[in-house]
Design a protein around this ligand. Structure first.
Ligand code: PEP
Ligand code: MG
Length: 325
């Protein structure tokens, strides 16, 4: 199998009948970026910036962040690098931020909710990101969006940073794309309106599955409910892809589902443009993508969505893949 996968190194990411898609990597640090590039990722679909904020006594200054983001962008030259703004809360704790203890941290004060209440900290990150944009193809991604107003507020802060940086004579790309993670049921339902506000979507199936199914990804007692094969999750993904395309923006996926061989034909049928996967799965995802033509993928997606249980859909899709591989 390893030899077979090596044949996909350096090749474009195409379906069985030559439709071009993109396979990029999820990374956690600038060093991961180098590994992902070696593993043939066509860019970065998700840089989790939490690494800069965790395991230290205080928040990183703008300069330190700028250097880290610049390093990743430079690693990838003109290829896209999507950097997600701070996504703390939930299971990710940062002691010096003194976040209140909550009964339901996953439904609480996390990610963009925290950032929009802490302008100094958020603007330091936005400024660092904008300055790093001068060195390549950087895109900014906002996590845990639930409302259109949040996006508008982020864009206002971004504009303020742009004014300040211009006044200071700093170099940056004033047209740096800004996108959102679609990972809450609210964002899924509002995807048509949200798509009109941003340059791209990336579907976070890890959270979207949890929030849609009301099942914690770490709780073994509800593990059966926590599955992207559930028709509720698949319908959500389909809707998000359609809303993005109706608005003329690209849609990617950076949750674990993007590299699941049995889901790939379904995601191809939905028109997913970008698959962001862990670096060791870049070549296998390219291989799995090459197995399906548009007609086959559409047929499989239609038959999967005609079923009403996750177990049934999973059985059907796994069987299809087994016969093909
Ligand atoms: C997701 O929710 O799918 C995602 C990629 O973000 P994280 O796993 O960091 O919450
Ligand atoms: Mg998430």
């Amino acid at each position: 199998m390893k030899l077979r996968l090596e044949a996909f190194r350096g090749k474009p990411s195409v379906t069985g009948d030559g439709e071009l898609r993109e396979i990029v990597a999820n990374i956690g640090t600038p060093a991961d970026g180098v590994i992902a590039k070696d593993d043939d990722a066509e860019g970065v679909g998700l840089l989790r910036t939490e690494f800069l904020y965790m395991n230290r006594p205080s928040a990183p200054l703008e300069e330190e962040q700028y250097e880290a983001y610049k390093k990743v962008v430079q690693t990838f030259g003109d290829k896209p690098v999507i950097i997600r703004t701070l996504d703390i809360g939930g299971d990710k704790e940062i002691p010096y931020l003194n976040l209140p203890k909550e009964d339901n941290p996953f439904l609480g004060y996390r990610a963009i909710r925290f950032c929009l209440n802490n302008h100094d900290l958020f603007q330091a990150q936005l400024r660092a990101l904008l300055r790093a944009s001068a060195y390549g193809n950087l895109r900014i991604m906002i996590p845990m969006i639930t409302r259109v107003e949040e996006v508008r507020e982020v864009k206002k802060l971004r504009d303020r940073c742009i004014e300040d940086l211009t006044r200071e004579g700093k170099h940056f790309n004033p047209d740096t794309p800004i996108g959102i993670m679609v990972e809450t049921p609210a964002a899924c339902m509002m995807a048509d309106r949200l798509a009109a506000e941003v340059d791209f979507f990336s579907i976070g199936t890890n959270d979207l599955t949890g929030y849609t199914m009301c099942a914690d990804r770490g709780n073994s007692q509800v593990a059966d409910l926590y599955t992207a094969y559930d028709p509720a999750v698949l319908r959500s993904i389909k809707r998000i892809c359609s809303c993005a395309h109706n608005a003329g923006i690209p849609v990617g996926m950076c949750g674990e589902a993007a590299s699941d061989p049995a889901l790939i034909p379904v995601l191809l049928a939905f028109g997913l443009d970008e698959f962001s996967v862990s670096h060791e799965k870049v070549l296998s995802t390219r291989y799995n993508m090459s197995l399906w033509t548009r007609v086959e993928a559409d047929h499989i997606a239609r038959h999967a969505l005609a079923r009403d249980s996750a177990a049934n859909i999973k059985r059907y899709l796994k069987d299809k893949v087994k016969r093909r591989i």
